[in-house]
Design a protein around this ligand. Structure first.
Ligand code: KG4
Ligand code: ZN
Length: 335
């Protein structure tokens, strides 16, 4: 069978990224230009600034990708692009670039849902084995998904309010820590003790999650301590917060694995980089004889390599778009 080379583009938030992926699993080259330093001083991503930066970066990233991969555009077979969900202004820059390339090269344009990309990041490590449960934990999503086969996504649970990454970022802000908060809270949690009395969020029989109550409880605790002139022990606060999050995520995930009788768990999204979560899931999966896949750290956060992996399987299912493809801010992956 002929090899399929996908040129993939990801600009849904604050990373301008392009990649060339062979047959949905082999990374030829990837370039990621992050805007974290630009948005840091605002304490979060500023959509208008993000889209302007994508415009400035996109051709630079393409040139660097072609240099790094030593490939020519004529050797590309398909163009994969994130069409949503994400920031509309940012998505449009990647989308217009993808459409232009698809038009001038006369190649199929493959629309990729950002979360499908995060899931297929695992396929760059090792071929996905079905059926599986995917725990998707990012700045915008917290979902439990059942996949019976390639490119089939059944959502069995989701957050009712904040996404887990969003809660990390907000708690970091409350504690005066820099953006993005997840990695910093994770680092402090590692050296802290679970001494603060924080609630276990939505510890019920459903597969849904809720993090806004835990976030508010953290805020109230910080305010109470400050009003009593007590010093906040940042490491202990991070450790207590992270323990509650990891506890509810792992508990519901392991229950889903049992109920859906799967032998494979994959973890996807920026929060999959979390050390506490990785350690706890590794321990639980070993004890239950479950195969666990977690992408390496640079495949966890936003990148185009994962979009190239997902695009290949979408293409094999005949998912091809015309040049009218538009950006979507909201979720449409799971019907
Ligand atoms: O998947 P991603 O790069 O972007 C979205 O699609 O949202 O995820 C970004 C999120 C941010 O909220 C960031 O704080 C969080 O992932 N994150 C982490 C860690 N590394 C990144 N959260 C907890 N622990 C980490 N080590
Ligand atoms: Zn993402």
């Amino acid at each position: 069978m002929k090899d399929i080379y996908c040129l993939a583009i990801e600009t849904s938030c604050d990373e301008t990224s392009m990649s060339i992926i062979k047959n949905g699993c082999i990374e030829i080259a990837t370039v990621v230009l992050t805007q974290i330093d630009i948005h840091k001083k605002f304490g979060g991503v500023v959509p208008e600034i993000a889209s302007r930066s994508h415009i400035e970066n996109i051709t630079i990233v393409l040139e660097e990708l072609l240099q790094k991969s030593k490939m020519k555009l004529e050797e590309i077979d398909i163009i994969g692009v994130t069409y949503g969900p994400g920031l509309i202004g940012s998505l449009l820059i990647g989308l217009e670039t993808a459409k232009t390339l698809a038009m001038i090269l006369d190649k199929p344009l493959i629309p990729v849902h950002h979360i499908a990309g995060h899931i297929y990041a695992n396929n760059l490590e090792e071929r996905l084995e079905f059926p599986l449960i995917a725990l998707v934990v990012s700045g915008g999503h917290t979902d439990l998904i059942y996949m019976e086969k390639d490119y089939s996504f059944k959502k069995i649970g989701s957050t009712l309010d904040d996404a887990v990454g969003e809660a990390y970022d907000k708690v970091a802000k409350i504690l005066g820590l820099p953006y993005p908060g997840g990695p910093v809270v994770d680092k402090y949690a590692k050296v802290g003790n679970d001494t603060y009395n924080l609630p276990y969020p939505l510890d019920d029989k459903s597969y849904n999650f809720s993090f806004s109550g835990l976030k508010s409880a953290t805020l109230n605790l910080v305010h109470n301590e400050q009003s009593r002139n007590n010093k906040i022990r940042i490491e202990d606060m991070c450790c207590s917060f992270q323990n509650r999050v990891v506890s509810v995520l792992t508990k519901k995930t392991m229950r889903a694995i049992e109920e859906y009788k799967v032998k494979n768990l994959i973890v996807a999204g920026g929060v999959a980089a979390n050390k506490g979560l990785r350690e706890e899931l590794t321990k639980l999966c070993i004890s239950k004889n479950i195969k666990l896949s977690i992408p390496r750290i640079n495949y966890c956060t936003d990148n185009a390599a994962m979009i190239g992996a997902a695009a290949y399987y979408a293409y094999k299912q005949g998912i091809i778009s015309d040049l009218q493809l538009n950006a979507l801010a909201t979720d449409t992956l799971y019907k």
